[in-house]
Design a protein around this ligand. Sequence first.
Ligand code: UD1
Ligand code: CA
Length: 458
Amino acid sequence: MKRSLHALILAAGKGTRFKSEKIKVLHTLMGKSMLRIVLDSISRLKPEKIHIVVGYQKDSIEAEISGDRINCVVQREQTGTANAVLSAKSVLSKEGSSDLLVMNGDLPLIRTETLRPFLKYHQKINNSLTFMTAEPENPFGFGRVFKNKNGGFFVVEEKDTTSAQKKIKEVNVGIYLFNIKDLFRALPKISNKNKKGEYYLTDIIEIMSSEGKKVGKFKTGFREEVVGVNDRYELALAVDVLRKRKILSLTAKGVTVYDPKTTWIDFEVEIGGDTILYPSVFLEGKTVIGRGCKIYPFSHIIDSRIGDRTKVLTSTVIEKSMLEKDVQVGPFTRLRPNSRLKQGAKVGNFVEMKNTVFGKGAKAGHLSYLGDSEIAQDVNIGAGTICCNYNGEKKSKTVIEEGAFIGSGVELVAPVRVGKKAYVGAGSTITKNVSPGSLAVERGKQIERKNWARKRRK
Ligand code: UD1
Ligand code: CA
């Protein structure tokens, strides 16, 4: 019979082996915390509710999951995984007729697809406890799984194994399915008489087995998913697996990734078909890239939207900005937050923007700072243009109307406006508005002293 499901994530431990100020489960992999990754794969099983055991740095965990309908229970002292589960007793014993999925919080590689058959199996044979096992490449650090005489099981933790036991390859993954009533009946029987002096949840396997409860194991073939992230090297190994998975899913949807080894794409990034990513591209956060784009090497795009067929040339940095269709930026362009480049705009070498609207078909080819400005359609910005947006106290805006032409080396002292189709002569420092259609030049007169150089030499 299919029963309802609750889930409990164990996340109260500090993660000493991480040697970090921050609790282990809040370290991120490809833009998502370990905890959130685990939450996401459990959520897809659609449990009635997810509970998290928190303890160490519980406030930061609560902040991370705020807004989600998730219940936190507090484990006062981190005395072991059995004690962690026990902290949830008062909330969970009300749900006696449900199943409970208990999962260590440091298993970010486990996919919903791996949990699903495990749950199905547990519910089909109606066990009191089913625990997941695997045969990872390297069983070091895991609890090893043994069968006892009457057909039940027990687990010996790495620290408590004999050298003969260490050779056993089948390990406890750290994911369990319980009948809630049976769980809380057996849990208080666990002692802490072991090398670590901790209350091991794994001891419940032997206790329930010996009491004649129906205990079974479910061995998963996805051995690379079961590695727990206990230190930063294991974090790097986990990132590597997740990165390959992400790239695989994008290539399957028609994205070209020339060099998966050097391409970094966060979990939530979306990319349209026929887009090409060259080597060494970094795409972070909630970036969305359209179809048919080309993203050239060393581009770093963070939380931005890139329209169809847009080209991002080498070494460009784009943050919290939006580029419409058919735009070209780079090489070496820097778009700081809140820049919006409209369709067909072209922005080149060493141009920086921030809080800038850059019009349809407008061009800024070289060496300019265009912060806090509104630049209309078909404007041409000459090399070395600077929007002087800051007077030491406040930021002001520069407006350049449609079709205006700004010569090279111009300073536009904001607040200032250049009218439609006006021209600004090269080298001008513009402090007053320029009316539509006129030419503004602000420049010292050029003087020339004939033969000055020869006289100086004398
Ligand atoms: C645990 C298992 C081991 C298994 C391995 C798989 C136990 C005793 N051992 O070992 O059999 O092979 O996982 O990765 O369970 N936690 C708390 N409160 C505590 C202690 C731990 O909430 O008092 C949480 C931790 O934050 C962590 C999880 O429980 O997310 C597992 O704890 P950890 O210390 O990493 O257990 P392992 O030594 O890896
Ligand atoms: Ca662990």
